[in-house]
Design a protein around this ligand. Structure first.
Ligand code: FES
Length: 151
C-alpha cells in the first residue's frame, strides 16, 4: 500500500467523526486493522474510514459488535471493498433487520392486551411468559431461582 494512502490515528478519528479511543477500541475488537510505520506508530489504510462508517451504521441499526464483526469479516482488509462486497454485506444486514423487525412487531402485537392490565399472569401474559415457555417445564411454579434452593 502506498504510504500516502496510510493515515495516522488522529486523522482517522477526525475524518470518521469518532474519538481516538473509539478507533483503538474498534481495532482491539478486530473490526479495523493498522500497520506500524518506522516510528512504530499506527497507520490505517484509507478504506478504514469506510469500515468505521459501516461499524457506526451497524450500531445505529442495533446490531451487536459481534454481528458487525461477522459482516466486516466478509470484506477485504488490504484494499477497499468493491461495490459487490458492499451489496452482499448490506443484503445480509437487510435480511437480519427484516427478521428482527418482524419479531418485534409480533412482540408488540402480543403486548396489546397488557396495556392497562398489570396482571402478569403466568398463563396468559406475554410479558411474564412469552410464548407460554413455562409450560414446557411442567406444572406448578417455575420461576424459583436455582441459587435460592440451596442446591
Ligand atoms: S399484564 Fe396482564 S396480560 Fe400482560
Amino acid at each position: 500500500m502506498d504510504k500516502h494512502d496510510l493515515l495516522p490515528i488522529g486523522d482517522v478519528a477526525a475524518r470518521s467523526g469518532v474519538s481516538v479511543p473509539t478507533v483503538r477500541f474498534d481495532e482491539e475488537r478486530g473490526l479495523i486493522h493498522s500497520e506500524r510505520n518506522a516510528g512504530n506508530h499506527r497507520r490505517y489504510g484509507r478504506h478504514t474510514l469506510r469500515r468505521i462508517a459501516v461499524i457506526r451504521a451497524g450500531q445505529r441499526f442495533g446490531l451487536s459488535l459481534a454481528e458487525i464483526g461477522e459482516a466486516l469479516a466478509t470484506l477485504p482488509t488490504d484494499h477497499p471493498p468493491t461495490k459487490r462486497d458492499w451489496t452482499r454485506m448490506s443484503a445480509r444486514w437487510h435480511d437480519t433487520l427484516t427478521a428482527r423487525i418482524e419479531a418485534m412487531i409480533e412482540v408488540r402485537d402480543g403486548l396489546t392486551g397488557c396495556i392497562g392490565c398489570g396482571c402478569l399472569s403466568v398463563t396468559t401474559c406475554p410479558i411474564y411468559n412469552p410464548g407460554d415457555e413455562l409450560s414446557a417445564e411442567g406444572a406448578g411454579a417455575q420461576r424459583w431461582p436455582e441459587d435460592a434452593r440451596g442446591e
